[in-house]
Design a protein around this ligand. Structure first.
Ligand code: GLY
Length: 431
């Protein structure tokens, strides 16, 4: 079987690696991949979703699996389905659950799913009036896609007003800031929960802890994710039942019955677990229509079941026949990012602010083979050197029978990697 993976980040590298390990797969292509993915699969430089569909037709691709949200929102699943090409990922209508934070929150409120108190605004003055009126800390979210950086967690009224100014007036996230979702800031434990679904059957996966803030102790700006681990210490059978009955099932069944959205693919629930009167309430902070990055890097290595079998079951509506099996051992992911460096005109602060690229990366070949290395922002330059091309550069995924063991291993292996300004959080998995 030939598989095409769409994406070029660490998550997409992990997806390609998972398919590469399937006895049912003979070739894995990735569009468009990166310098590290090219060591796992054949990278193809396809730019538009039309080029991807043409390639899938010409190469007789048996299965296409989409990593990132952008091609899904652009309608890649609709296009492939219209041409009879098998693809895993929600269609453009379902993609609104991620590409519009405002619409997703409104739908969830209508479906009775736990969400923080919120209001949506397209007028910045009205947004500011609301912030002044509520009397509690808020999170201001750009409505549209912002590469995981569009949620501004605010400690004061002034910070929230500034967030509105940046998102809606300065348009730091472009048109994603035409509207904002302003929600009550909740305090609890975050958990990224994943399901496979064919639109009718919903199969829970496992959960992961993601670390979104740039700096240790959860300080600094929001990023696409600085590290992760799985299993999540709070997720037991009872919590899985709660999340399925209060969130996943009402959501998938509700959007189908009320809005005509048949959601097929991976569902990612960004949850805040809040203890209220001895009960844990899973509040939905965000819905994503895909695997997480860097959650996929710790979840897919735990998945013992063949992803091809799961994908086929989604495509044929037989997901009820699948019971995924999971390795109980811990996986921990440390992300090496492009940190502070000196440029010709001063300092680059480093990811998620400005950073230098094109920096040679040393030591990847010395990493212990018991660990996995997934690349996010790398390429092989004209002299054959592996160099940086992005803010998140690469990750090391270590394993252990305890979280502490996985953490020690990951930190020791990361010491072997070097590039100018390398920065990674050393508190990932420090409970
Ligand atoms: N880890 C956050 C995301 O994938 O959106």
């Amino acid at each position: 079987m030939k598989v095409l993976v769409i994406g070029s980040g660490g998550r997409d590298h992990a997806i390609a690696w998972k398919f590469r390990n399937s006895p049912r797969v003979s070739r894995v292509y990735v569009a468009h991949g990166n310098g590290g993915i090219a060591r796992t699969a054949e990278c193809v430089n396809l730019k538009t979703i039309e080029e991807m569909a043409d390639f899938a037709r010409k190469e007789r691709i048996d299965l296409t699996f989409v990593g990132p949200e952008k091609p899904l929102s652009a309608g890649i699943a609709d296009l492939f389905q219209a041409r009879g090409l098998p693809i895993i990922g929600p269609d453009s209508k379902a993609s609104r659950l991620e590409s519009s934070k405002c619409d997703a929150k409104t739908m969830m409120r209508e479906l009775g799913i736990p969400v923080p108190e919120f209001e949506n605004f397209s007028d910045p003055d009205k947004a500011r009036d609301y912030i002044r009126s509520v009397g509690y800390p808020v999170v201001v979210k750009a409505d549209g896609l912002a590469a995981g950086k569009g949620s501004l967690v605010c400690d004061s009224v002034g910070e929230a007003e500034e967030a509105v100014r940046q998102i809606m007036e300065e348009r730091v996230f472009g048109d994603a800031g035409q509207r904002v979702d302003i929600e009550k800031r909740l305090y609890g434990r975050e958990l990224s929960f994943f399901c496979f679904t064919d639109g009718y059957t919903i199969v829970p996966m496992v959960a992961a802890q993601d670390y979104k803030r740039a700096r240790e102790n959860d300080e600094g700006k929001n990023t696409g994710g600085m590290g992760s681990y799985s299993p999540h210490p709070w997720l037991d059978d009872s919590l899985v039942k709660t999340i399925m009955s209060k969130v996943a099932e009402p959501l998938i069944n509700g959007v189908r019955e009320k809005y005509g959205i048949v959601y097929r693919g991976v569902l990612y629930l960004g949850l805040m677990l809040v203890e209220e009167e001895k009960e844990v309430i899973p509040y939905v902070l965000e819905i994503n229509i895909r695997l997480g990055d860097p959650e996929a890097q710790v979840i897919l290595p735990r998945l013992r079941t063949d992803l091809v079998d799961i994908s086929e079951a989604i495509l044929t509506g037989r997901l009820s026949e699948i019971k995924p099996e999971w390795d109980p051992a811990y996986r921990l992911c440390l992300i090496a990012t492009s940190g502070k460096t000196k440029g010709k005109k001063g300092w680059y602060k480093g990811y998620p602010d400005r950073y230098k690229i094109g920096l040679p990366i040393e030591g990847v070949e010395n990493i212990d083979p018991s660990c996995l290395v997934f690349h996010s922002g790398t390429e092989v330059d004209s002299s054959g050197r592996l160099v940086t091309t992005g803010g998140r550069v690469l990750c090391i995924v270590s394993s252990g029978s305890t979280l502490g063991e996985a953490r020690q291993k990951g930190l020791a292996e990361m010491e072997k990697v070097g590039f100018e300004g390398i920065y990674y959080r050393k508190d990932i998995g420090l409970e």
